[in-house]
Design a protein around this ligand. Sequence first.
Ligand SMILES: Nc1ncnc2c1ncn2[C@@H]1O[C@H](COP(=O)(O)OP(=O)(O)OP(=O)(O)O)[C@@H](O)[C@H]1O
Length: 607
Amino acid sequence: MKLGNITESLFLKVIPLIWKVAPVKLLLVFVIRLLEALQPAVQIYLTKALVDEVSSLIQGTSDSFQMAMMILLAQALLYSADLGLKSLGHLFMFDIKQKAKYTVDHQVAEKCASIAYIYFEQPQYYDKLQRVSQGLAYRGLAILDHFFQLFKGMVTLVSLAAALAGLHFSFIFGMIFFIVPTFWIHVQLGKKRFAQMVHQTPTSRKVHYIMRLLTERESAKEVRMFRLFSYLKEKWSVLYWNNATEQYRLERTGVAYQLFADIISYAVTLASIIYFIYLSSEGVLTLGYFVALIETIAVAKTNTQAVSIHLSQIYEEALFTNELFEFLALPEGGYDRDQRPLRNGDESGLKVEGLTFCYPNQDDPVLKNISFHISPGQKVAIVGKNGAGKSTLVKCIMGLYEPKEGTILYNGVNIQSIEGYEQKVSAVFQDFMKYQLTVKENIGFGDIDSLDDRASLESAAARSELQPLIDSLPLQYDTELGPEYEGGRELSHGQWQKVALSRSYMNVQAEMVIYDEPTAALDPMAEAAMFEKFAGLARNKTSIIISHRLGSCRDADVILVLKDGCLIESGTHDQLMALGQEYAAMFKAQSRWYEGSPLGKEAFGRS
Ligand SMILES: Nc1ncnc2c1ncn2[C@@H]1O[C@H](COP(=O)(O)OP(=O)(O)OP(=O)(O)O)[C@@H](O)[C@H]1O
């Protein structure tokens, strides 16, 4: 990363961002750091005056005891003021960081909500997100701290350099000898640390993932049942030590580099002290001057090291901060709006034409040249074996994925050009959310504007037969669901599915309803009721159901049969049965189970 980029990151991005959230506090911290920075030079000047006064007192050449006391008092006052400024500076910085973290977290969350859904299918996205959240919490905002410390160190050094240069110009070179090696070392280490973090991100995500498997409730059942603890712990341990060993090696290199820099800096200090002793022996320096110079060297040493460390830290933080700004600059919506084919036609309903879709980082398309038309109000079932592409197809229809080729038109318009298209579609996904929040929120999220509309909530709950369960809960609609928080009430999977269905019923404005295996966890009575209600609910809406229970698809107006990403059959149940191919074979295989055929008996090992 070039110096220009670092300055740009610091002055054009980080500081303006912080200026926006806390301008007054930022200015105050700046003033405080300036005052703090000038304090060492004044202290050294007072020390010199004090030592000279005391040495005069010892030699009996002066009776300025009062003067010495005055100087001591001034030093004490200065020291107290410095302590006060430090505490204030700390508090102001704490406040600035809280506000800046809030603002940036907020922007990251907004970005996550607005980027194309397809980003969530890419491991690189999760790697970046992890670095962004790590970088933000622990590093990004530290850049400001380093900047102020750097500023303070520089001001102190300039004030000391002015004093030393007056004595001999070579002290300026001495200071450079202090700064350059430490700076170079820390920049190199910063670069290495950043590169290491980028390359370790996938492994460290895996380490966290396996630790979650070992500790969380979701996985606890299988971990115990399959006795996975030792295997997973071993896997976690290998990955953990892979990263930890690399980090240790880098730290060891860092320590060796630092030792080298410290030796150089000590040599420079020693040379300076020898020179001061020589000047004193020549009678050029008073005792006070000598003491002040020794103190100056000590303070200069600390500050030059601090300056080089803070400079290199700014470099390192800028690498992290840049990741954050790159993340925030990801294109929203993900589609190149100018490239989108915008077609207007008079055909109503949903028309899919030549749809081909490929997941990121994969060469083979998951959906291949699919075309069909659904008229408004039609009931459509999508069936096919596992992995045939059913869920992917509905995600394309919902506008979550952009086709690689082909178009999806709704009432003749490309769905990606339709403002608020997502409100026209209501859906229940296979992996629906179990919000660890109240019943009201779990249902009301289906139409956030009606969250407080009790009548709508009750009507949605009644449609999925959920009302009796809600009535039995301690706080009814205000009962917290899920076991993760104190007082939360856990539901069965089927009950959760009813909650998800209720959520979808909230969106009464939806023109199209999509259900991806909506009854998988429901008992037969609830399933039958759901289909009865669904027929009524979806009467005026286009409805698309994915189901493996082919019996529930019999009444569909159109059944689409997918195989290996291709649409191989479409028609009514009777037409497809008459065709006698994939659908007919699947249907017959399933119906044999209900009719008690030998196939069913074999599966249970009966003769
Ligand atoms: N996020 C993803 N990234 C890459 N490939 C994926 C992703 N999701 C699904 N696939 C692949 O796409 C293909 C179709 O998956 P999809 O979930 O659409 O099938 P499906 O017909 O809904 O299956 P099921 O009946 O098991 O739910 C599968 O081969 C799957 O491996």
